[in-house]
Design a protein around this ligand. Structure first.
Ligand code: NAP
Length: 242
């Protein structure tokens, strides 16, 4: 297993992150997944990853905590020896109309969805620069492109990730590190379980919600089959944003 590539997927215990971890494991990646607190989901994901014949380990830490991210990156490097692919995926929503949005809900979403990418990418690119290879995928959203009433905090964080992606792609291209973002539409996970899916589906040209695997396949494509793609925002939304 020593020569396998290594992927670190934040928020890899459930939903989209879990699907990304599984898809990369199917391609032979050893996998580090992070999670916030859902031990049961993390253990199940690790069990499923190991059943695919790869090395896998979970790391419990808050991606909104800079020191915790630095420590976790160190631990992953100690355990796996390198990080080839980083998927900045962990995220939360704290929805509400802007007029009533508390500073607490603004900061929680910006820290968890945007600052986390800085905290996590910073220690990881040091090792990618040394090995002269790396692929970073930032999980943005269609609302980072088009905005959404009730999600000023979330849209700002997701739009921020797009600017971050493009700037980093320009800075790190010469080091053979590619940086891309994915903008998922409505994907069926715990995050979207309370939405009125019937109404939403009417507006989606492909007439269905996305599955976590739809995003995971795009992550795998970016990691494995896209050596000349960097700085892009790939919409995976059933045609919702055209
Ligand atoms: P999800 O099912 O709610 O899973 C969220 C994951 O992030 C879990 O693994 C969770 O860990 C982890 N997490 C949350 N807060 C964290 C923190 N502070 N520190 C570390 N880990 C944390 O969400 P999802 O739907 O898969 O979404 C994944 C990403 O895709 C998010 O960035 C989201 O904004 C984005 N996205 C989702 C959709 C959609 O329709 N679902 C659309 C566009 C973009 P625990 O299991 O321990 O809680």
């Amino acid at each position: 297993m020593a020569d396998n590539k290594v992927a670190l997927v934040t928020g890899g215990s459930r939903g989209i992150g879990r699907a990304c971890a599984i898809e990369l494991a199917k391609s032979g990646y050893n996998i580090a997944v992070s999670y916030a607190g859902n031990e049961e989901a993390a253990n199940k994901t690790i069990e499923d990853l190991k059943a695919l014949g790869v090395n896998a380990k979970s790391y419990k830490f808050n991606v909104a905590d800079k020191e915790a991210c630095e420590k976790a990156a160190e631990e992953v490097l100690k355990d796996f020896g390198k990080i080839d692919v980083l998927v900045n995926n962990a995220g939360i929503t704290r929805d509400g109309l802007f007029m009533r949005m508390s500073s607490e809900n603004w900061e929680a979403v910006i820290n968890t969805n945007l600052n986390s990418a800085f905290y996590m990418t910073n220690p990881v690119i040091r090792t990618m620069i040394k090995q002269r290879y790396g692929c970073i995928v930032n999980m943005s959203s269609i609302v980072g492109i088009m905005g959404n009433a009730g999600q000023a905090n979330y849209s700002a964080a997701k739009a921020g990730l797009i600017g971050f992606t493009k700037s980093l792609a320009k800075e790190l291209g010469s080091r053979n590190i590619r940086v891309n973002a994915i903008a998922p539409g409505f994907i069926q996970t715990d995050m979207t379980k309370d939405l009125d899916t019937e109404k939403i589906t009417e507006h989606i040209p492909l007439r269905r919600l996305g599955q976590p695997e739809d995003i995971a396949k795009t992550v795998k494509f970016l990691a494995e089959d896209a050596p000349y793609i960097t700085g892009q925002v790939i919409g995976v939304d059933g045609g919702l944003v055209i």
